[in-house]
Design a protein around this ligand. Sequence first.
Ligand code: UDP
Length: 238
Amino acid sequence: RAAPPAYRRVLLKLSGEVFGGGRVGVDPEVVQSIARQIAEVHRNGTQVAVVVGGGNFFRGEELSQRGMDRDRADYMGMLGTVMNCLALQDFLEKAGVPTRVQTAITMGQIAEPYIPRRAERHLEKGRAVIFGAGAGLPYFSTDTTAAQRALEIGCQVLLMGKSGVDGVYDSDPKFNPNAVKFDRISYDDVLRRGLKVADATAFSLCRDNAMPIIVFDLADGNIARVVRGEKIGTVVSA
Ligand code: UDP
């Protein structure tokens, strides 16, 4: 019998990159495999909320560097996240997980508005909840939204699922072959060493409110491993 889950309720942040399999748009096969991983965690009894990024469609900052108004470009970025939400919802439901999408920008035909108490109720009733459109605010990020949602709906941990990075290193492993991975690191050491775990706003929200972060590679089966408490990736905590 599998070990019981270490967490009752988790917030999983999936960046847009994950959805596109490295390209623009959505790669259904990749989304399906992530959905199956989430379904496994759900079956094992952990409540899963997801915050979805949108970098596979638009990043506001990039568009604004190419001449667009930043606010409007950020709204395009937020709308991109919603397409990822719908793709993930589709594959989650196909994998047998009843799922609700809640968006920070109202779009009644396809999603509920973000209502934290209702999101908690969905989770308690055995539904996965996917949060789209970030915080609904230009100049914010989906990392920051993930930290905020994790805090507001009472998640025990923020899981930062990555593609191609398996934790926090003392230097960039892409450039330094001798980079060393941390199994565990404190918030203060992340700051002291100038390491990047999430953007600064997201990180300080977690640090100020003692929300642990686990950075790990989304390779097959890893979400369930992390939720069982296996030591993969890097745990960032006090
Ligand atoms: N965005 C925003 N406010 C938010 C969340 C996202 O303006 O609260 C915009 C911003 O332009 C961002 C884009 O949506 O570049 C996509 O989100 P993000 O870059 O966080 O996605 P990820 O990097 O995780 O794919």
